[in-house]
Structure formats: structure tokens, C-alpha cells
Design a binder for this molecule. Structure first.
Ligand SMILES: C[S@@+](CC[C@H](N)C(=O)[O-])C[C@H]1O[C@@H](n2cnc3c(N)ncnc32)[C@H](O)[C@@H]1O
Length: 528
């Protein structure tokens, strides 16, 4: 299933190219094994040290247990650091790498450097491929500063504690290679849990408007996880976001492409040592210059909003973090941005603020109502504005979450002895805000049908199981029924009016920001 080839990407060095015409349904590249991977120290207790399973279960499970994990991981009795989802993963990890590091981990615990987990023994061919990747060692050394200091420290610590026979200069080069070529190891739901390096993907270049995406399927090693829903055994997949022609260069975004162009440029220069000249950067640079000369006050205001959201991210990792004050800070940035007549949901930091606020409300366990408001804004306003491709995995994953939240609230209306009064109160309060039960069901159906349609045309096959469960709970059996159900639905107009009200959007704003997305939806479902 490898539909890629390595080629010359001019001033960027090598690059990856499509070796045939592909659609979003094709997988361009897949691997069942990560050559090098490291789970962040803080996440080690939460993820299997072999297959990285541990991503979030359904929202319902999360609501009922307050936990994102769907099974207990067993800790390695030797080091008390690595955890495994089952015996199979533990045995495989031991054979492949853990026997070389278990004692070192035991000695270092609890301060295990994440980079210490990288000493999977690489076969000769793989080792030379990895060592051939760009390291930018000389540039990093010349730039000096904190970055170079921390790379040196990591290299020295790794060299000393691993008792490797490889010399310090080589370890330092490897650490630089990891910095420049390492990609974010994330859950299927996009939460970062570490870093990985793949000998093929080290050749992929960056664009802030990338045409492909790395996806980590929900079900990896198939061990010990009772609630997994797919048979997809790939550790990762490279999926197209749109149709791509044979010979076209494949690009991913190394960074959060929703951030402001100056931040993107700064981060790419600092971490990857190049100046991005992609179309999006060129467009955004011109637009930002024009904006600060025509709207200097608002441009300054936007800087303070970005600083407020960045402060939340810094605090998130610190012991001074307070959920309540972060919620307040994010809510006030969101309200201030929405109050601008020129409000655009793709303007940084709006997408990041909405997503974070949703997660904080979800982490706050019982705040399902406020989480729903954020999830709706994310789905209807932010998603289409930041990425035109309906196959963008993050949009699909967010839609699945939204559906699960909707289901949780919708079910709470139904009389049952196990009904949760708190959940019911939140559902009633949304009803009071203006979204009737009928419209609630309409949106559930509409979002489910559309997400299924996108999923079927994408390579995200591991997610179909999660959506089938949503379909079943709504009562959809097949595509025809769903389109028929939608077209005969009496409250399409009413559903839209009520959603507008509940999200506090004027007709003008709805028409400008939400309607185009819904129209492209309608074109996917002509019968509806
Ligand atoms: C992961 S490597 C990508 C493969 C690399 N081009 C090679 O030849 O091995 C990352 C490095 O590629 C270069 N690069 C990636 N995307 C680029 C871009 N859009 N413009 C310029 N250089 C880029 C930078 O030097 C960056 O540090």
C-alpha cells in the first residue's frame, strides 16, 4: 500500500511524492512498526508502551467513569515505568527493546528522560536511513542558546545512562535528527502523547496547507483492549486530504497551522531551521500587513488574545494551573473575538481557544452542556474555516465526539431508572436556550449522516465502527434510509433557526460562516 516515492524537492532537499493518482480513500503509506518512538514522561502511565493504545474511549464511558482509559494497563514489574495493555505487547516490547532499557529505567525512576525510550535497536539498513536524515547540527550549534544547551544535555544524559557503545557525537547527531524529523505521536483523537521518527516520513516536507495527514488508527496491536472497534493494525497511515496527482509533492504541516503566520514562521525557523514560503504563508503575510495598517487597534487586540491563550497552554503544564481560571480566560477571549463585527472563526487564537475550552469542560467531567456548545461551534464554524477538506481527520474525529455528546444528552431525555439528573438538567438547559428536542434529533441525524458519507470516502477505516454505533443508536440502517429520513424531516428550517439562536449567531453571520459548509453538505446529500 505504499503509493509514494522519494524525489528531489529543489531547495527543500529530498521530498516525498505521490507515485500514482490518489483520492482521499487511498492510503499513501502505512507502517505497523515505529522505528523510534518516545512517550512523554507524564503520559507513560496512560499509554501502552508497545502499541500506544490508551486513546479516549467513547464519551459515554468517559462520562460514566471520568477516565479516558478503557482498561487498566499493567506496569512492568522490573522498572515500574513502562505499562502494557496485555501480555502480547509486553512480550514484543521486551524482545525488541525493553530488555535493553528496563534496568536503566528502574535506576532513573521517576525522572525518566523521554528521549531515553528511543533505544529500540535498529537494523543496519534502518540505522543508516535514520542517520542520513537532515540533522541541521551545524545550524543548531551556530544558533546556540537554550535549544542547543538542551540538545547537548539530552545527548549527554542519554549517552551516560544508556551505557551505549555509540560515541557522544553520534548520540548528539541522533538527538538533532529527532528534533528536526520527529513527528508528534498522538492518539487517534489528536492528543499529543510523545514523538516518533519514521525512516520514510523523515523525507516529507512541510506546508502550512499540507495535502496529506498522518493518522494513528484507534486499534493498533489488537491486544487486551475490550472496547476497540476496528481491525486496522496499522501503527500509522499517511492519508490524502484531497485528490492528488501522480508526481505531486506530498506535504504535511509540522506545526499547528491554525496559529498566526508570524508564530508559524518563528516556530518553523526555531525548530526546523527554514523559512516557510508556502501559499498560505504568502497569503497570510500580505493579509496580516494590510490588516495591521487598516485596523491597528484590532491587530494589537489580537496579540493580547493570543497571549492569553498561550498563557493557558503554559499554565497547563505548571503546578499553578487552575481549571476555573483557564475556563474564564478562554471564555473571555472567545466572547471578545465573537463580539467583533469582522469576526472570522479561523483567526488565531479562536480555533485553539474553542478546542481547549471544550477539552476543559470535558475534563471537568460533568460539564457536558458547555462542552456541547464548544463542540457545535468547532464543527459548524471552525472546522470548515480552517480546513476546506471534509476528509481532514481532525474534523471527522471532532464530529464523532460531538455526536457522542449529543447522544449522551439526547438519551438523558428518555425516561429510564438510570437517568442521570445532572445530565438531564444540562439537556433541559439547552432546550431552554432554544434547541428543541426535535431539532436536537435533526442535528444528530444530519451530522451523523454527513460524517458517515465523508468517512466512507476517506481512508479512516478504523473510525467506521465508532460511527456505526452512532448510526445504530439513531436508527439509521443504510445510506438510503438516512437520506430518506433527512429529506422527510419536517424541521430542517426550524432546526437551522434554533441552532442559530442557541449559538447566538445573527442571520447574517449564519449565512456567511455556517451556510457555505452546509451547502457543501447538501451537495453530498442531494436527496436531503
Ligand atoms: C523532516 S526533514 C524533510 C526532508 C528533507 N527535505 C530531507 O531532504 O531530508 C525537515 C527539513 O526539511 C527542510 N524543509 C521541510 N519543509 C520545507 C519547506 N517547506 N521549505 C524549506 N525547507 C523545508 C528543512 O530543512 C527541514 O528542517
Amino acid at each position: 500500500m505504499q503509493n509514494i516515492k522519494v524525489g528531489d524537492a529543489a531547495s527543500k532537499g529530498r521530498g516525498l511524492f505521490a507515485s500514482k493518482d490518489v483520492t482521499p480513500q487511498h492510503t499513501l503509506y502505512t507502517t505497523n512498526e515505529l522505528a523510534i518512538a518516545a512517550i512523554n514522561t507524564a503520559e507513560l502511565p496512560n499509554f501502552c508502551y508497545r502499541c500506544y493504545a490508551g486513546s479516549r474511549p467513547s464519551t459515554e464511558q468517559w462520562y460514566n467513569t471520568g477516565q479516558y482509559r478503557d482498561a487498566e494497563l499493567k506496569v512492568c514489574t522490573g522498572c515500574q515505568v513502562a505499562r502494557f495493555c496485555g501480555e502480547r505487547c509486553q512480550k514484543q516490547a521486551w524482545k525488541r527493546y525493553h530488555k535493553h532499557e528496563c534496568k536503566i529505567f528502574a535506576k532513573l525512576r521517576p525522572e525518566v528522560l523521554p528521549e531515553q525510550h528511543d533505544n529500540a535497536l535498529l537494523a543496519d539498513g534502518l540505522w543508516s536511513e535514520v542517520m542520513n536524515a537532515m540533522s541541521h547540527g551545524d545550524d543548531l550549534r551556530a544558533a546556540g542558546g537554550d535549544t542547543w544547551m538542551s540538545l547537548m544535555l539530552i545527548a549527554k544524559a542519554t549517552h551516560e545512562y544508556s551505557q551505549t557503545k555509540v560515541d557522544l557525537a553520534t548520540v548528539l547527531k541522533l538527538v538533532c535528527i529527532l528534533k528536526v524529523n520527529g513527528l508528534k505521536l498522538s492518539t487517534t483523537y489528536g492528543d499529543p502523547i510523545g514523538v516518533f521518527l519514521d525512516p520514510t516520513l523523515v523525507k516529507i516536507n512541510h506546508s502550512c496547507n499540507g495535502n496529506v495527514m498522518v493518522h494513528r488508527p484507534t486499534y493498533t496491536n489488537g491486544t487486551g483492549w475490550p472496547n476497540r472497534l476496528s481491525n486496522d493494525k496499522a501503527m500509522l497511515k499517511l492519508l490524502p486530504l484531497r485528490d492528488i496527482e501522480q508526481g505531486e509533492e506530498l506535504t504535511i504541516s509540522y506545526i499547528d497551522f491554525t496559529e498566526h503566520v508570524t508564530t508559524r514562521q518563528k516556530n518553523l525557523q526555531k525548530d526546523y531551521l527554514f523559512t516557510c514560503t508556502c501559499d498560505k504563508c504568502n497569503r497570510d503575510t500580505v493579509a496580516a500587513k494590510e490588516f495591521s495598517s487598516t485596523n491597528p487597534d484590532l491587530a494589537k487586540q489580537q496579540v493580547t488574545w493570543r497571549e492569553a491563550v498561550n498563557k493557558h497552554f503554559q499554565l497547563l503544564k505548571s503546578p499553578h494551573f487552575s481549571v476555573a481560571s483557564s475556563i474564564n480566560a478562554l471564555e473571555s477571549v472567545i466572547a471578545a473575538m465573537e463580539s467583533q463585527p469582522s469576526f472570522s472563526p479561523s483567526t488565531d487564537p479562536y480555533p485553539r481557544a474553542i478546542h481547549e475550552l471544550k477539552l476543559l469542560h470535558m475534563d471537568n467531567h460533568k460539564s457536558v452542556g458547555p462542552a456541547l456548545m464548544c463542540a457545535l461551534k468547532e464543527h459548524l464554524l471552525v472546522g470548515p474555516a480552517i480546513c476546506a477538506s471534509p476528509f481532514y481527520p481532525t474534523r471527522i474525529v471532532n464530529a464523532i465526539y460531538l455526536l457522542q455528546i449529543l447522544a449522551l444528552l439526547d438519551d438523558s431525555f428518555t425516561p429510564s431508572p438510570n437517568r442521570d439528573p445532572q445530565l438531564e438538567r444540562q439537556a433541559r438547559s439547552i432546550e431552554k436556550k432554544g434547541l428543541s428536542r426535535q431539532s436536537f434529533k435533526f442535528w444528530r441525524l444530519r451530522i451523523c449522516v454527513d460524517t458517515c458519507a465523508c468517512l466512507l470516502k476517506s481512508g479512516l477505516t478504523d473510525l467506521t465502527g465508532a460511527l456505526e454505533m452512532e448510526q445504530m443508536s439513531i436508527g439509521i440502517n443504510d445510506r438510503l434510509t438516512s437520506d430518506e429520513m433527512l429529506s422527510s424531516w419536517p424541521v430542517k428550517q426550524q432546526g437551522e433557526e434554533e441552532m442559530m439562536k442557541v449559538l447566538d449567531l445573527s442571520r447574517e453571520r449564519w449565512d456567511a460562516l455556517v451556510k457555505p459548509g452546509l451547502e457543501s453538505y447538501d451537495s453530498r446529500h442531494p436527496g436531503a
